[in-house]
Design a protein around this ligand. Structure first.
Ligand code: IMP
Ligand code: MG
Length: 333
């Protein structure tokens, strides 16, 4: 802390929701701000016996002392946002920037047809067509929508003030490094950059104000939609290994492959990551389920983590050992 950016080093779905919700509770984060594309993301949080799938609100909502903001770079689907505010009972602490662009039904319709659906296999949430309208300067923005009026606030101002006051601030990236429009597997990618620099820009924080960039990596690699996935295994093989996952937004099967050291290393470079989190270690090493201290991990799990550190050149400070918020090994200090 105080200002930490969390981004994914693969193709999304690495467990940012879990890591961010843990950090929010553990470090008593006072401001969490959502960066990234928009409601094409699905961040899963398992807390207090409930599973939440968030597409708009920061995953830090689990810590009740945390202000929940959405930066101007992010696209908002008002229906999705209002529902999440209700489900998380967080109305009094949510703030939206007046310049967030708005996804309308026509964007969703356009995203569910043509090459976006058949070739790119997008999430169909309307984000690409909305970003296109935004670039053409004809998208609506949050200040045009009466239902959002009570949430409007100057998000960059709030975030920068919190950082200047030395409070703990979390910037929540979405998607994954290799889905970036600039650094990903073009044209099989999302509709904007999603690296740490873009996440900062989304929320109005300059590069000198960031203290840490946490790169979230999963113990195996997955990808939904079209595009290259080196060393991909079959769905049957993924089921056999326990790697078979379905996407939280679209319900599609996630394609799977072993942990990719080359991509992880490149993601460290592209995001100037200072620490890594490795999630789902319990899927590769079931004996590690629920373990909370490094000493208690099995030798196999420890050598896997050490190999990652050797290859990517930054410390693995957080290790996910199960889906629940507190199932984590925290090696920070
Ligand atoms: P779009 O972002 O909906 O335009 O989809 C573009 C590509 O990014 C497709 O391959 C999607 O499956 C993928 N994608 C977008 N958001 C996510 C995400 O949050 N997790 C995983 N894949 C995503
Ligand atoms: Mg996801």
């Amino acid at each position: 802390m105080p200002c930490t950016v969390v981004v994914c080093g693969f193709f999304g779905d690495t467990g940012k929701g879990k890591i961010i919700s843990y950090l929010a509770l553990k470090d008593r984060v006072s401001v969490a701000v959502r960066a990234g594309v928009g409601p094409n993301a699905g961040h899963t949080v398992v807390y207090g016996g409930k599973t939440y799938k968030l597409r708009m609100l920061p995953s830090a909502f689990v810590y009740e002392g945390c202000r929940l903001l959405i930066g101007p770079g992010v696209l908002i689907n008002p229906d999705v946002l209002l529902k999440e505010v209700e489900v998380t009972k967080s109305e009094g602490r949510v703030g939206v920037d007046p310049l967030c662009a708005i996804i309308e039904p026509k964007h969703i319709e356009a995203d569910r047809g043509g090459h976006l659906a058949s070739k790119i296999r997008t999430t169909g949430s309307g984000t690409g067509p909305c970003n296109a309208d935004r670039a053409l300067r004809r998208a609506k923005v949050a200040r045009d929508i009466p239902e959002l009026e009570k949430f409007l606030t100057d998000v960059p101002l709030e975030v920068n003030r919190a950082i200047d006051d030395g409070e703990n601030v979390l910037i929540e990236g979405t998607q994954g490094t290799f889905l970036s429009l600039y650094h990903g597997t073009y044209p099989y990618c999302t509709s904007k950059d999603v690296t740490a620099s873009a996440a900062c820009s989304d929320v109005g924080v300059g590069p000198k104000k960031v203290d840490d960039v946490i790169l979230v990596l999963k113990a195996f690699t997955t990808r939904v939609g079209a595009g290259p996935l080196p060393n991909e295994i079959s769905w049957e093989e993924a089921e056999r290994r326990g790697w078979a996952e379905v996407a939280s937004v679209t319900g599609r099967r996630r394609r799977a492959a072993p942990f990719n050291f080359d991509l992880a290393k490149r993601a460290v470079m592209l995001n100037s990551a200072t620490q890594a989190a490795v999630t789902k270690i319990d899927v590769l090493f079931p004996e590690c389920k629920g373990v909370k201290s490094y000493d208690k991990l099995s030798d196999g799990a420890k050598s896997f983590i050490e190999r990652i550190e050797d290859e990517i050149g930054i410390p693995v400070t957080l290790i996910g050992t199960g889906p629940e918020v507190w199932e984590v090994v925290d090696r920070r200090d």
